[in-house]
Write a protein that binds this ligand. Structure first.
Ligand code: SF4
Length: 349
């Protein structure tokens, strides 16, 4: 604890109190001497778990939380008690293990990437979250559900608000905190990027890292630019070239996510083109199909079940594993692309 002239083991004790004992307040951290705690308070240190200020419970058991930050903002985190079928290592075990919960974590407040189908994009970027604020979301949710890490399988997906690779250092510091202090293995974590190539290249150098998911969403650059303007900066070819630099662990696959927008990118010829692009990538990979989730002020439509099925079939026809992610928490704006600190609920018809 350099800034406090306290021995290094005190930092370890503090981390233990916060991340393992889930202490809420510096006063509860009795492993630290009272004089040190008082000194920390007098110097303006703010220690404690982030507070869940609002929660929304879906009919499917998913819970969405608004978590307060110290500067009066809120950030969104989602708890899916039985996962969503898309986060499992290879997808084959999707939906079979009801003890396998998933927490969807935010890395920024708002987002600068401006994907056209995403509600978070409407906020713009407000600010980056710190490593403590990112890891703190996980601790707050684990505490709420009294989860004993090690006894229950927990997956983390960094797919909440924000683009993790535009907050790279804090995001990776959070990953290390979660691995080292909370004990969640990095192999149970997945980070999704919209395709920030310099971030992917840095990620390729990491010794400890989550699995990688790429938000693809279109079969070619022209179509992708329409819905993901970031494609103008880094096109699909450069994106795949960067992904190929990431050394994969045995059996690891890169996930390519594809949000299906009714009539726009969900035709069979789109599926065939996606299949060809990914086959050419020559990578261990799988495709996660996500039926677009509606939100206020959004003009897209949902693909019908037959179209989704045919799309999946055409991808598989190219010898690429493809899974349809089960929508979770759609009624409480907790599903993919719906996180916008919305406080109202969806009217289900
Ligand atoms: S999909 Fe992700 S990267 Fe794109 S705008 Fe939404 S939060 Fe940002």
């Amino acid at each position: 604890m350099g800034q406090l002239e306290a021995p290094a083991y005190r930092a370890k004790q503090l981390a233990e109190a916060l991340y393992r004992q889930w202490e809420n307040d510096l006063d509860e951290v009795t492993t630290l001497p009272k004089t040190l705690r008082e000194m920390m308070i007098s110097r303006g240190f703010q220690v404690g778990l982030p507070r869940i200020v609002e929660s929304f419970v879906s009919i499917d058991g998913t819970e969405r939380y608004l978590i307060a930050t110290n500067d009066g903002q809120t950030v969104e985190t989602v708890w899916m008690p039985d996962g969503d079928g898309g986060e499992a290592g290879d997808g084959s075990e999707a939906g079979t293990d009801l003890r396998r919960a998933t927490i969807c974590v935010s890395s920024q407040i708002g987002c600068a990437v401006n994907c056209q189908f995403c509600l978070t994009a409407k906020l713009g970027i407000i600010r980056n979250l710190t490593a403590g604020e990112i890891a703190g979301q996980v601790v707050a949710v684990l505490k709420r559900h009294k989860v004993e890490v090690g006894k229950r399988r927990i997956n983390l997906v960094f797919m909440g608000m924000g683009e993790p690779f535009l907050n790279y250092d804090e995001f990776m510091a959070a990953v290390r905190l979660l691995v080292e202090e909370i004990g969640i293995p990095e192999s149970r974590m997945t980070v999704s990027t919209s395709g920030i190539v310099p971030g992917i290249l840095r990620f390729a150098e990491e010794k400890v890292r989550p699995k990688l998911a790429i938000s693809l969403n279109a079969p070619n650059d022209k179509a992708r630019t329409e819905i993901m303007p970031i494609t103008k900066k880094w096109d699909i070819a450069h994106l795949i070239q960067a992904v190929r630099q990431v050394p994969l662990r045995p059996k690891e696959k890169v996930t390519f996510e594809y949000v299906l927008l009714g009539g726009l990118n969900d035709r069979q010829r789109d599926a065939d083109e996606v299949g060809q692009v990914l086959r050419k990538a020559n990578l261990p990979l799988k495709v996660n199909l996500i039926v677009w989730n509606p939100g206020p002020g959004m003009h897209y439509s949902m693909s019908d079940p037959h179209t989704v099925h045919m799309f999946q079939y055409r991808i598989k026809y190219n010898n690429i594993p493809a899974y349809v992610r089960r929508p979770r928490g759609r009624d409480i704006y907790a599903a993919c692309g719906q996180l916008k600190r919305t406080t109202e609920l969806v009217q289900l018809g």
